[in-house]
Design a protein around this ligand. Structure first.
Ligand SMILES: [Zn+2]
Length: 401
């Protein structure tokens, strides 16, 4: 942030200088034009074949001289401006790192498959934003061969959201009606919230017919069980319909926050229904990258200073834990307390019979040195590293989060 402020200060300097120069030049040029026009007028008023008088030629010479002087001065001032402009460039170079090769994996996007995936993610991002023309151009130029059927849900989502932002609930209501069963299965309250907003809209219009509004209220019948309290409140607001609910105890229903909320609820539920993430994977990756880059660059620098660059050799693994904040936490993770590694699909956490949890690799390592021959053949016995309970490693159970 500090870096941005420093650059902004330099830009402000350029703008002030440029503004000053502009105003000054315009004034000077205006002055010259007026004085030259005066001279021309004076000359034109004189006799057609008369000679130019000495004083007139003197005035003309002086004027020309002044114009030349001012032009070269303005040229100089303009040149000075360049140094201020180039200072901005230097400040950007000084305050921002442009060399990231130390912290990314070379060749990540070099093969055709990853290139294609990257292009698909970019294309999906544009589709999510409703920028159909850009997405189509990318689809064509990068040979993505995206099926128009794949694009349709994004466009519909965007169209409905656009309508919601214009306070038009109809497209969203038809969509929820068409997907009612699936929405109910995922425990969505979207349809109720849409009807509630529509109802409040009707109640807030004093010109509306009360009977019609009551008629609309029938839509709440199917929500009566789950939202009884909220439906009661809505019915109460009907009493103030004639005098206008904005001056009634129900004025809170008109809070614009409900309209903001409905856009979020709609996006979340519709994305869940279509099996998509709520946010574009591209924006999430970029945001995460912006957070992770500064600490990674710092670590790289420290490593270089202390000449321990060999510590971080595998670039698909982070040298330290990077906290991306709560909004980027999607699932629980388990780090093995023995190997100090995050569990993976191939190395899941396992629960020992005593209740302690370690990773499967750690268990194998413990087991490998503890084989003994008994009368029943080769047996393995593992001692839990946290409590002295001895057990057969085969009794450990994989833990799923
Ligand atoms: Zn134990």
């Amino acid at each position: 942030m500090d870096s941005c402020m420093t650059v902004e200060r330099e830009i402000d300097k350029v703008l002030t200088k440029f503004g000053g120069l502009h105003d000054h030049s315009v004034d000077t040029i205006e002055d010259f034009i007026t004085s030259l026009e005066n001279i021309r007028k004076e000359l034109a008023e004189g006799p057609a074949d008369g000679e130019v008088q000495v004083t007139q030629s003197l005035v003309m010479n002086q004027a020309l001289h002044r114009v030349q002087e001012a032009t070269s001065r303005m040229g100089q001032e303009h040149k000075d401006l360049h140094s201020t402009v180039s200072k901005v460039g230097k400040t950007i170079d000084r305050n921002f790192v442009s060399e990231f090769s130390a912290v990314f994996t070379e060749g990540s996007f070099e093969n055709d498959e990853t290139q294609m995936l990257l292009n698909e993610i970019i294309c999906e991002h544009f589709l999510r934003q409703g920028k159909l023309d850009i997405a189509e151009a990318l689809n064509e130029e990068a040979d993505l061969n995206l099926d128009p059927v794949q694009m349709e849900p994004f466009l519909e989502l965007h169209r409905i959201l656009g309508a919601l932002k214009r306070r038009n609930l109809q497209p969203a209501l038809s969509w929820t009606a068409a997907n009612r069963d699936s929405l109910q299965n995922q425990g969505s309250n979207l349809e109720f919230k849409l009807h509630r907003l529509q109802f409040i809209e009707l109640v807030s219009q004093t010109t509306q017919n009360q009977t019609q509004v009551l008629q609309y209220a029938k839509n709440f019948a199917k929500f009566a069980d789950k939202h009884a309290r909220e439906v009661q409140v809505l019915m109460g607001s009907l009493l103030y319909m004639k005098q206008g609910i904005h001056t009634s105890p129900y004025a809170f229903l008109l809070d614009p926050i409900y309209w903001e909320e409905i856009c979020d609820v709609f996006t979340r539920d519709a994305c869940a229904l279509m099996g998509m993430s709520v946010e574009s994977p591209l924006s999430v990756s970029i945001r995460a990258g912006c957070r992770a880059l500064p600490p990674l660059l710092n670590i790289r620098q420290v490593m270089q200073q202390r000449q321990v660059s060999g510590v971080w050799t595998s670039k698909d693994e982070l040298p330290v834990e990077i906290d991306l904040g709560n909004e980027h936490r999607y699932h629980s993770i388990f780090a093995c307390p023995i190997l100090r590694q995050q569990s993976t699909e191939h190395n899941p956490p396992v629960r020992l019979i005593c209740g302690h949890v370690i990773s499967r690799d750690a268990l194998h390592k413990l087991a490998s040195g503890n084989k003994y021959v008994s009368q029943f053949g080769v047996k393995t016995l593992v001692k839990c590293p946290y409590c002295p309970v001895e057990q057969n490693p085969d009794d450990a159970k994989v833990v799923m989060f």
